[in-house]
Write a protein that binds this ligand. Sequence first.
Ligand code: ADP
Ligand code: F6P
Length: 323
Amino acid sequence: MGKTVKTIGVLTSGGDAPGMNAAVRAVVRTAIFNGIKVIGIRRGYNGLLNGDMFEMNLRSVSDIIQRGGTILYTARCLEFKEPAGVEKAKNICIESGIDGLVVIGGDGSFRGARDLSNLGIPCVGIPGTIDNDISSTDYTIGYDTAMNTAVEMVDKIRDTAQSHDRCSVVEVMGRHAGHIALNAGIACGATCIIVPELPFDLDEMIMKIKRIQKTGKEHFIVIVAEGVGNVSKIAEEIEAKTGIESRATILGHVQRGGSPTVRDRVIASQMGYHAVSLLKQGIGNRVVGMRGNDIVDYDINEGLAMVKPFDKQLYQIADEISI
Ligand code: ADP
Ligand code: F6P
């Protein structure tokens, strides 16, 4: 256990995610409840290096729990990847009286938090990314909202695919991971789901579509994780080899916005609370996560070294019920 923390900083870093505001709110309120001062840092590690920060009070986080994006803004900061940048950030923390830091972001942001912790500023990471690609947690803030947005969009696409007897090939986000694709795919009744984690055979997919067409199905949805890429090419191949008119859609950043779902708001609140509880005891170099229904924490390096399994069983179910 480290020394007691009197002032903490909070920042959001990397890609934004719905629910980040709920996490910021929980951090600020838990800290103030415990007599800890809170400094909000704007635009991730950039704000730390530029001194772009302000003291937050109970009302600074009013009316934000329902808002997507992040009121603290977010950014990617190259300077912080260099040892000199981390050293500079440490000195700014000391000058500003910040003796603990909550970093809400993804794996990259956690690496930065680890580096700063190693220089003596206790940092705690909270997983915030729509991709759910962080190994030290079953769940990342923003994932549920993004999946729901994806499904809502695909439902709309399905209406027009049905009217035109078309095949719609839809790319969803996820960076290198296929978790959004798998879950959105099963939830919107996709005929095929293509993810980077599993091998994919275009000819097998074409055969499946032709087979299903013979049973009377007239329109099709194919969900592709962005890590696989080239939805236009896939749509062209489907059209050329099946004769079914096909269209490609890239959902894009619509999946990053919008009001967070209940799940995102609740988990963000729990994680924000947990992060401050650690810092309150002077404990840093930890990442908060979720295992089953429990909020847990790990050493950052231990967390970064973990490997996230892909849910092959769910993929199998999706495949078997889309015949
Ligand atoms: P995410 O946190 O969503 O994974 P990034 O990978 O873009 O997003 O990382 C966000 C920020 O975290 C980067 O802009 C940088 O400031 C910091 N960061 C990323 N990787 C490292 C690293 N290896 N060492 C130190 N800081 C890092
Ligand atoms: O990590 C979240 C995410 O939306 C990924 O799904 C996507 O690959 C990436 O960020 C897009 O990042 P940018 O904000 O640079 O467009």
